[in-house]
Design a protein around this ligand. Structure first.
Ligand SMILES: Cc1cc2nc3c(=O)[nH]c(=O)nc-3n(C[C@H](O)[C@H](O)[C@H](O)COP(=O)(O)OP(=O)(O)OC[C@H]3O[C@@H](n4cnc5c(N)ncnc54)[C@H](O)[C@@H]3O)c2cc1C
Length: 312
C-alpha cells in the first residue's frame, strides 16, 4: 500500500483521462486505475467524426493517446488494475478517506472519481463481437452516417431504439425495426413517428438468431416468435439498442444509484457520499458521447479540487 493519493480515478476512458489532466495540472496527487487499455470504449471503433475540433474526424486511438499523454504530462499516474471494491478507509489515521481495492493492490485516497463507463447490452450472438465496427453498432448517433443509402436493422422496442430508428432514416434507405413483441414499448409520440415514417418497417414478434457476413454484416437471420419460422433479412448494418449497463458493481451500494444502476450526481458531479465523484457514461442521464464524458470529467475534477481545498 503506497502513500495516500489525493484522488483515485477509476477508468481511463475520456471521462477519467480528462479529469486526470485537470487534477494533475491542479497539482493533486492523481492515480488513474484502468483494467484494460487506456482510452475507453471508443477504441472499439475505428473513426470518430463528431468530437469537436477535428473537422475531418480522427482515429479514436490518436484522440485518446492525446488525452493519455496530456494526463501524464501533468503528473497523473496511470496504473493497470481492476477495481473490485471501494470502502471507507479502515485506518483511523486516515479517517474520512477511502480505500480503493484492486486485484493487484490497495490504494488509500482522499477522494474517488468513478469514471468506469457503461457497457452496451449485447445480443450475445456468436458473430456479434467479431462484426462490431463492420456493420454491428450500438450507437446510432456515432455510426449512423456510415450507412448512407444502405438497408439496415435496429433491434429493440424502447424509447432509445425508436429514436435511433427514426434518426437513422436520415441516412439509410430502409430501416427494419426488429422487436420481440407485437407492440412497441417506447413512448406513444415516438411510436407515431416510427409508424409515420415510410422508411421504417417493423419486424414484429421477431428475434435475431444470427448475424450473417464474413468481413462485414450482410444480413441477419430472424426467428418469428409466433410460428418459429426462420427468414433472412439482407442488411448492411445492425444497430443493437437494447440498453446499457453502467459499470458500478464494485461500489456495492456505497453511493445512491438510479433505477438503471447509474450513479446519481449533483451539478458538480458529486455522488451521495462526501469525497466520491463520478463522470462520463456511468452517471445518471449521461448523453453517452466522448465530448460529454470529457466535459463531466473536467467538472468532476474541478469539484474534487474544491472539495480538497476544504478537506481536513
Ligand atoms: C461502438 C461505439 C461507437 C461509439 N462512437 C462514438 C462516436 O462516434 N462519438 C462519440 O462521441 N461517442 C461514441 N461512442 C460513445 C463513447 O465511446 C462513450 O460515450 C465514451 O467512451 C464514454 O466515456 P467514459 O470515460 O465515461 O467511459 P468508457 O469509455 O467506457 O471508459 C471507462 C473505462 O473504465 C474502465 N473500467 C471499467 N471498470 C473498471 C474497473 N473495475 N477497474 C478499472 N477500470 C475499469 C474500462 O476498461 C474503460 O477503459 C461510441 C461507443 C461505442 C461502443
Amino acid at each position: 500500500m503506497g502513500e495516500r493519493h489525493d484522488v483515485v480515478i477509476i477508468g481511463a476512458g475520456p471521462a477519467g483521462l480528462a479529469a486526470a489532466i485537470y487534477t494533475g495540472r491542479g497539482r493533486l496527487r492523481t492515480l488513474v486505475l484502468e483494467k484494460g487499455l487506456p482510452g475507453g470504449q471508443i477504441l472499439i471503433t475505428d473513426w470518430i467524426e463528431n468530437y469537436p475540433g477535428f473537422p475531418n474526424g480522427i482515429a479514436p486511438f490518436d484522440l485518446m493517446e492525446g488525452f493519455r499523454k496530456q494526463a501524464l504530462r501533468f503528473g497523473a499516474e496511470i496504473a493497470s488494475d481492476e477495481v473490485r471494491e471501494v470502502v471507507s478507509d479502515p485506518d483511523p489515521a486516515r479517517a474520512g478517506g477511502w480505500l480503493v481495492r484492486g486485484s493487484k493492490g490497495e490504494y488509500p485516497t482522499r477522494t474517488v472519481l468513478v469514471a468506469a463507463g457503461s457497457e452496451y447490452r449485447r445480443l450475445g450472438l456468436a458473430d456479434e463481437s467479431r462484426l462490431v465496427g463492420r456493420g454491428v453498432s450500438y450507437c446510432a448517433t456515432c455510426d449512423g452516417a456510415f450507412f448512407r443509402e444502405r438497408d439496415i436493422a435496429v433491434v429493440g422496442g424502447g424509447d432509445t431504439a425508436l429514436m435511433e430508428a427514426v434518426f437513422l432514416t436520415k441516412f439509410a434507405r430502409k430501416v427494419h425495426l426488429i422487436h420481440r413483441r407485437d407492440a412497441l414499448r417506447g413512448a406513444k409520440i415516438l411510436q407515431e413517428r416510427v409508424f409515420e415514417n415510410p422508411k421504417i418497417e417493423v419486424q414484429w414478434s421477431s428475434v435475431v438468431e444470427a448475424v450473417l457476413g464474413k468481413d462485414n454484416v450482410e444480413g441477419v437471420l430472424l426467428r418469428g416468435l409466433k410460428d418459429g419460422s426462420m427468414s433472412e433479412l439482407a442488411v448492411e448494418g445492425l444497430f443493437v439498442s437494447i440498453g446499457t449497463v453502467p459499470v458500478t458493481g464494485f461500489l456495492k451500494g456505497l453511493v445512491a444509484l438510479n433505477e438503471w444502476g447509474q450513479i446519481i450526481v449533483d451539478a458538480r458531479m458529486a455522488a451521495s457520499r462526501p469525497g466520491i465523484f463520478a463522470a462520463g457514461d456511468v452517471i445518471a442521464g449521461a448523453p453517452r458521447q466522448v465530448a460529454t464524458a470529457a466535459g463531466t470529467g473536467v467538472t468532476a475534477a474541478m469539484a474534487v479540487n474544491e472539495f480538497l481545498s476544504t478537506y481536513k
